[in-house]
Design a protein around this ligand. Structure first.
Ligand code: PGA
Ligand code: ZN
Length: 424
């Protein structure tokens, strides 16, 4: 039984306020959970409630969300059984009463939802992944590590937001992380030698002022082979252009990197050219969130060759994922807890992917905390894919380190990764 609930404002990895919720049980268990925050957010994401008081944190304070936990959610939830996750989540959704959690804030609601799950796991004497996923939760995800940052996550000349490496030839998670970290360090040396800056962006990837988007893939592949790996076999590339962030007035604007403006069809052609040149296993948000027609053509053209992941277009919302399945807008969904705002609804989104035979990729946000909930959640959900940043910055590495622990704990029963070959 939940006997107490508390909440406070803490900072995320960008130094912006976010919500931390504490839950206590009658058996003495005390846990907490912290909510992440995005920068290239989808328009239809659940609402992240910010105070808007310019005198505090430039308006980004979350004291209203904190008091919504204390004054509105806690009185209803204290006294409930923490194992009744779905009922507690549903109760919060109805207390909020809006379609996008705009009244209480998805940051308030998700903080409670995550803390309740964690309390229930502790109460059951189980690690979070085993509590949420059951005895079958033995698959440690293949990581996608974002080692080169652009777009809204960096101040550089690269239009595309994320260039990730996927160590798909590795036999287990620990080896995958080693392949990736070695490549990351080799990339740093190569960038330095070429005279580029090696400071990192929001997700821990380098953020050099490259001459073109192409150069990003080229320099990564150079690092892969210099680190002693075979590109395409040991390590492949995954992209998240986050195209909504450079779409406007009916065109995709790649002028930051000097490639001009492109139509939806020209973008798809551009990616097709990249698939010919580079070992790309996954493209997320190659087009903008409201370009549904474009996404359909994009998936028809490229979906047999690579995984097509929808992030901003679906925002982890079953309504949009259902439309996407109907219209064949993609073949995979990016899953972010705070886009929808409860653990229960996130699991429902994943069930929908399962039913359609779509893959799904669990994901962090560009603003993160030291909370490792996501690592356990990814193992619990079993889809075998996770992106949670580069091989540096502790808010990213914390998740990878937690996965190292889980893989070790699972021992011989651990399974690893995702079979990209199924998708082209
Ligand atoms: P965000 O970026 O957290 O800034 O939205 C991550 C992504 O686009 O996948
Ligand atoms: Zn994305």
């Amino acid at each position: 039984t939940i006997t107490c609930m508390d909440a406070m404002e803490v900072l995320d990895s960008r130094g912006n306020p976010t919500v931390r919720v504490f839950v206590g049980l009658d058996n003495g268990i005390r846990v907490s959970a912290s909510v992440p925050s995005g920068a290239s957010t989808g328009e239809n994401e659940a609402v992240e409630l910010r105070d808007g008081d310019a005198g505090r944190y430039g308006g980004k304070g979350v004291l209203k969300a904190v008091s919504n936990v204390l004054d509105i959610l806690a009185p209803e939830i204290v006294g409930q059984d923490c194992a009744r996750q779905a009922e507690i989540d549903r109760m919060m959704i109805s207390l909020d009463g809006t379609p996008n959690k705009g009244k209480l804030g998805a940051n308030a609601i998700l903080g409670v939802s995550m803390a309740v799950a964690r309390a229930a796991a502790a109460s059951a004497g189980l690690p979070l992944y085993a509590y949420l996923g059951g005895p079958g939760a033995v698959r440690v995800p293949m990581p996608m590590l974002n080692i080169l940052n652009g777009g809204k996550h960096a101040d550089n000349s690269v239009d595309f937001q994320e260039f990730m490496i996927v160590p798909l030839g590795a036999p287990c998670f620990a080896e995958a992380l080693r392949y990736a970290a070695e490549t990351f360090h080799t990339l740093k040396k190569i960038l330095k030698k070429k005279g580029y800056a090696t400071n990192v962006g929001d997700e821990g990837g380098f953020a050099p002022d490259l001459k073109s988007n192409d150069e990003a893939c080229e320099v990564i592949l150079e690092a892969v082979s210099a680190a002693g790996y075979q590109s395409g076999k040991d390590i492949a590339i995954a992209l998240d252009p986050a195209a909504s962030s450079f779409y406007g007035d009916g065109a995709y604007d790649l002028s930051k990197s000097g490639q001009g403006r492109k139509t939806s069809a020209e973008m798809t052609k551009f990616y097709a050219g990249w698939l010919d040149k580079f070992p790309i296993v996954s493209i997320e948000d190659g087009l903008a969130e409201d370009d549904w027609q474009g996404f359909r053509e994009h998936t028809a053209a490229l979906g047999g060759r690579t995984q097509i992941v929808g992030d901003d277009i679906f925002v982890t919302n079953t309504e949009f994922i259902r439309r996407g399945i109907r219209e064949k807008s993609a073949n995979s969904v990016l899953i972010k807890l705070n886009q929808i705002g409860t653990v229960t609804e996130t699991i429902e989104a994943i069930r929908l992917c399962h039913a359609a035979g779509w893959s799904y990729v669990l994901s962090h946000r560009s603003g993160e905390t030291e909370d490792t909930f996501l690592a356990d959640f990814a193992v619990a959900m079993g889809g075998g894919q996770l992106k949670t940043g580069s091989a540096c910055r502790s808010e990213r590495v914390a998740k990878y380190n937690r996965l190292l622990e889980i893989e070790r704990e699972l021992g011989a029963s651990a399974r690893f990764g995702f079979e990209y070959s199924r998708r082209g």
